[in-house]
Design a protein around this ligand. Sequence first.
Ligand SMILES: C[S@@+](CC[C@H](N)C(=O)[O-])C[C@H]1O[C@@H](n2cnc3c(N)ncnc32)[C@H](O)[C@@H]1O
Length: 208
Amino acid sequence: MFDFLSQTFRNFKHTGAVWPSGDRLANEMTSSLRKSTGPKRILEVGPGTGPFTAKILQSVRPEDEFHIVEINPFFCKVLEKRLLDPFRQRHPNSTVELHESPIESAPVTGTFDHIICGLPFNNFPPSLVRSIFKRMLSLLGEGGDLTYFEYAAVRVMKAPVTSPQSRRNLRQIDAHGKRLHRQHRGSRQLVMANFPPAVAVRLFQPIN
Ligand SMILES: C[S@@+](CC[C@H](N)C(=O)[O-])C[C@H]1O[C@@H](n2cnc3c(N)ncnc32)[C@H](O)[C@@H]1O
């Protein structure tokens, strides 16, 4: 908790939250992994201190591959020490790789069956939001799913206290999200038992 707060104060633009996600949101964000059968490739973007990472690791089997992309070197160190090193020691045959990089240029290739994203999109300029979704959707294989979250009613709550430019940005990010929702058969699941309450949004890559 202290690790997360210290980074929130140093780097709010990237961290975008005051609190790591709770267990109920982590369960919802990772629910499709538990329904999946057969070998899978999983990508997590923006793990922070790792509330989703810990759940994902519970679903990783030796035949799977799990890649993690995190921009903040401090969070990368915390993740390696607390979660990834101990996991690799217990499961030496599993493939779990952490890439210290922004997702825009991360050295990940091929396609993934599941992408789980914890990025604070409402803090980003709309052009960055568009290019990050473009990259993530280019990495999502046919029939795969991409799950991200946003705080419930965040745009409505933020709008009155932000500048006109920020309000325009929030409207553009909202419109982009709605477009993706239509194009990718989106679904939304409200998780009230999170601080603050959040919505997990799932997008699907059509099978051609
Ligand atoms: C809101 S925090 C979420 C952390 C965690 N998933 C959670 O729910 O508690 C966002 C995380 O995304 C990371 N991040 C921000 N921009 C990024 C980017 N372009 N590429 C990869 N990670 C990024 C931040 O460093 C931070 O760890």
